[in-house]
Design a protein around this ligand. Structure first.
Ligand SMILES: NC(=O)c1ccc[n+]([C@@H]2O[C@H](COP(=O)([O-])OP(=O)(O)OC[C@H]3O[C@@H](n4cnc5c(N)ncnc54)[C@H](OP(=O)(O)O)[C@@H]3O)[C@@H](O)[C@H]2O)c1
Length: 262
């Protein structure tokens, strides 16, 4: 049971790798930074020695690198039971006048074009399975809540939401096609959000202090909580028919799972 996780070197992707290795998945971990990926692979092997782990480097701002990753995955495994696209970027800008086209294009490349291209290139290992292969894309609440300075991130995540809708319709017409959903984590304490808050605070953006207060007061999920909610959506406890086109809310899932477990 092979699962591909992108953005596996940090934050939610890293925590998901550790969670799924505990649950018997074999893992293909992809990321941009070799040292971070090796660190996660080492942790996985230490805690789950039976887990097979492959690490593959890719830069999703570059379509050639994204295609290379897909080729390497197809050469490594006959089928993927799950694919979770956790990589994401979105640099804040001081205001609209200073929104950098490079940052805007990078967000669209990493958050929209690469998940589209990777999913398309991986279709041979994502189709023809029973149960269906499950794909999860990670969205963000800023897709519908515009804040000053968050155009690159918010616009790209809105496009990602629409991509998931599109793919769920397309997959519905494929015999033994995969199923896909969007996971909205809510606020999760990760290196990525801490980087965003520091940068946004430096630019004087109003949402930075609000986010920092919530992070410092623990009014957020841990990466491990978000990962366990995400892993639940990948399990057969979530029926396939519910999964296709679903939008899962991380906080709601964590609350309902802890309620069910109490
Ligand atoms: N944390 C939150 O509160 C929150 C809220 C809503 C949505 N999200 C979403 O959740 C996902 C995970 O975020 P996180 O908070 O865990 O952030 P994170 O700690 O920064 O992790 C993001 C990952 O994306 C990878 N990445 C970035 N650009 C890449 C590129 N060009 N090519 C390949 N990989 C790239 C990073 O690789 P490197 O480590 O090598 O740089 C990193 O592993 C993202 O999609 C984010 O938008 C997070």
């Amino acid at each position: 049971m092979w699962t591909l996780i992108t953005g596996a070197g940090s934050g939610i992707g890293r925590a998901l790798a550790l969670e799924l290795s505990n649950q018997g998945h074999d893992l293909i971990l992809s990321g941009r930074t070799v040292s971070k990926l090796e660190d996660v692979a080492g942790e996985v092997s230490k805690h789950s020695p039976q887990c097979k782990v492959i690490t593959l480097i890719a830069d999703f701002s570059d379509p050639t690198s994204t295609r290379n990753l897909a080729n390497q995955v197809r050469n490594a495994v006959d089928q993927l039971s799950a694919f979770v696209y956790c990589a994401g970027v979105g640099e804040p800008a001081a205001d609209f006048a200073s929104l950098d086209l490079i940052d805007f294009q990078e967000a669209l490349a990493v958050n929209v074009s690469a998940p589209m291209l990777l999913t398309q290139s991986l279709l041979p290992v994502l189709t023809g399975h029973d149960p269906a292969a499950r794909i999860v894309m990670i969205g963000a609440g800023m897709d519908t809540q515009a804040q000053p300075g968050t155009g690159s991130y918010g616009v790209s995540k809105m496009a990602l939401r629409r991509l998931v809708q599109q793919l769920s319709v397309e997959f519905g017409t494929m015999p033994q096609g995969p199923v896909i959903s969007l996971f909205q984590p809510g606020l999760v304490d990760t290196p990525g959000i801490r980087h965003h808050v520091d940068k946004a605070a430096g630019l004087g953006l109003p949402h930075a202090q609000w986010l920092r207060d919530r992070l410092d007061n623990g009014e957020c999920l841990t990466a491990e909580q978000a990962a366990s909610a995400l892993a639940f959506t990948l399990s057969q406890q979530t029926p396939e028919s519910d999964f296709q086109g679903a939008v899962y809310n991380g906080r709601d899932l964590v609350d309902s799972l802890s309620f069910a477990g109490s």
